[in-house]
Design a protein around this ligand. Structure first.
Ligand code: NA7
Length: 537
């Protein structure tokens, strides 16, 4: 087999926020020869694909942005508290141009397979355009939420209308005006898209399996004075964010729920509800660790639903009761509950009466056909392990990563996998990733990796992989941490529960970025404890 050109130092999979930052640091600070392979026709990752109406990040833009360059902070202006997808994509494009990243990215190309060759200590990487690349390091920046989950519902092929997935939204405008739309799914994506579709559709039917907790985002445009203010405070904002578990500077909770008086509890909840955003889940110090504290916050949200939705039956159907607040990702919305007061919106509970099949003209729920011209799947992702598992990655002795992870995802510090030398999984399973500000998680992982690669180079080390015992120990630690919280009490994508046959395992590290960083740094200080090194021959 021949490879195109000489071996590269690194191939990076994906040009989202992780891939772009990895390229910048590996190329510009380590002087490595790097190529990034990206499926989309431009940078942006999640923000390239998620073009559905209403798509926004649930972290405020002044936090959901790179922190590495104070000049970048000053030259870029976020026009809203939670900027919409086009502005986040424009930011990614600006970063690509500013640091001259595009010249090392192959767009419109996917990595289909990668095989480790122990003799040459290189990876052989196959791409969708038939090319074969060789590299020392394979860096996955494939994302946590990029492998769309389209449930296998009988009859989908028979449907005569349009089928859309929020995570694979068309690039050309989708005309939903005056059409009958059915949305399946009420996670973050559904909760964002539903109010927007309701404004234009002739009729919108929301097919809800599990009601979710959502808090008003209270999004607003930034006035020039807001912009001047946050730009002047960036150094402080960044240092406070790095010190906070979620990678976002937030007001600390006033205390444990039952250490407060009922009036103090109510005041704290009202304040955070009025302020808006996912910070509501930290309304008490113990919301995420104590079920009774959690129940207080959950009931407060249910009361807001009952207060907002005029039809009491619909309100009850929208009230989440099957899981603690925050255990499935808490959503942030604009007018989500208000949408169910519209004449053209119907809520259908597909938990009690499941979807039987899709017909030519709509969705059959029990014995009732929901007529639709368009079906929107807001059904989420095979999170964290899906993107890499969809690539045929083969490590030592032909071991398949997909097979290895089919009985449980393992990645030491979320970044290195036993049996897969020189493969680095940025924001992989076992890292804070999706449970913190993802961009901060990305920067921490990439910065740590850059130091590690420098050390490997200086030490003449050709290959490194996670030690099996260290990897196992890490997975146990991640799981044990999650079990100190209410997270495992929901069937969430954090646990792989949304994908049939996926092992139930808490995937992200839930104790926050500062403690994770401390562990990673101590591993480095300890001569990269838990890694197995092979010297160059
Ligand atoms: P999520 O949060 O995984 O939500 C998916 C939704 O789709 C959720 O309500 C699911 O119900 C529902 N779903 C999935 N499959 C089906 C079937 N077969 N029938 C009916 N309903 C179904 O994905 P999102 O895209 O909204 O958000 C993912 C993350 O992206 C989000 O957390 C942010 O981090 C950004 P279920 O709850 O499983 O009963």
């Amino acid at each position: 087999m021949s490879t195109s050109g000489t071996a590269r130092d690194a191939v990076v999979i994906g040009a989202g926020f992780a891939g772009m930052y990895a390229l910048k640091r590996l190329r510009d600070d380590l002087a490595l020869d790097v190529v990034v392979v990206e499926a989309g026709d431009d940078v942006g990752g999640t923000w390239y694909w998620n073009r559905y109406p209403g798509a926004r990040c649930d972290a405020e833009s002044i936090y959901y942005s790179y922190t590495f360059d104070p000049e970048l902070d000053q030259e870029w202006t976020w026009s809203e508290r939670y900027s919409a997808q086009p502005e986040i994509l424009a930011y990614a494009q600006h970063v690509a141009a500013r640091y001259d990243l595009r010249k090392d990215i192959r767009f419109g190309t996917t990595v289909t397979a990668a095989t480790w060759d122990p003799a040459s200590t290189t990876w052989t990487v196959h791409t969708s355009d038939g090319d074969v690349l060789a590299c020392r390091y394979l860096v996955s920046a494939a994302g946590c939420l990029s492998a769309a989950n389209l449930p296998d519902i009988a009859g989908l092929a028979d449907f005569r209308g349009d089928v859309l997935h929020t995570g694979q939204w068309p690039h050309e405008p989708v005309d939903l005006i005056g059409r009958r739309v059915a949305v399946i799914g009420t996670g973050s994506s559904g909760i964002q898209v539903i109010p927007e579709i309701a404004k234009v559709a002739a009729h919108l039917t929301v097919l809800q399996r599990t009601p979710n907790f959502t808090v008003p985002a209270r999004n607003r445009l930034h006035e020039p004075s807001d912009v001047a203010d946050y730009k002047s405070r960036y150094p402080q904002i960044r240092s406070e964010s790095w010190a906070s578990p979620g990678g976002v500077a937030v007001a600390p909770p006033p205390g444990k729920a039952y250490d407060l008086t009922p009036e103090q509890r109510e005041e704290s909840m009202r304040e955070r509800w009025a302020a808006g955003g996912s910070n509501f889940m930290w309304v008490f110090e113990d919301t995420m660790t104590d079920l009774e504290a959690n129940a207080v916050a959950a009931e407060f949200v249910r009361d807001r639903i009952r207060e907002t939705v005029r039809d009491p039956e619909v309100a009850e159907r929208l009230c989440p009761t099957s899981h603690p607040i925050g255990s499935k990702r808490i959503c942030t919305d604009t007018d989500y509950y208000e949408t169910f007061n519209r004449e053209n919106v119907t809520l259908v509970d597909v938990r009690t009466t499941p979807i039987r099949r899709i017909t030519q003209d709509g969705v059959l729920v029990g014995d009732t056909e929901v007529p639709a011209d368009v079906i929107v799947f807001a059904t989420g992702y095979d999170a964290m392990t899906g993107p890499l598992s969809r690539i045929d990655v083969r490590g030592v002795d032909g071991l398949s990563l997909r097979d290895k992870w089919s009985s449980g995802a393992r990645a030491y510090l979320g970044i290195a996998v036993a049996g897969f030398p020189n493969l680095f999984t940025l924001t992989g399973p076992g890292s804070p990733s999706v449970l913190a500000n993802v961009i901060a998680s990305i920067e921490q992982h990439v910065d740590w990796l850059v130091d590690y690669l420098r050390t490997l180079d200086e030490g003449g080390i050709a290959a490194t992989e996670a030690d099996q015992a260290a990897e196992e120990e890490w997975a146990k630690r991640v799981d044990a941490l999650a079990h100190e919280t209410v997270y495992p009490q929901a069937d969430s994508w954090y646990l792989g529960a949304n994908i049939e046959g996926k092992p139930r395992q808490f995937l992200p590290y839930c104790a926050g970025i500062p403690s994770f960083r401390e562990i990673c740094d101590s591993v480095a200080a300890d001569g990269y404890r838990g890694f197995v090194h092979s010297p160059a021959r």
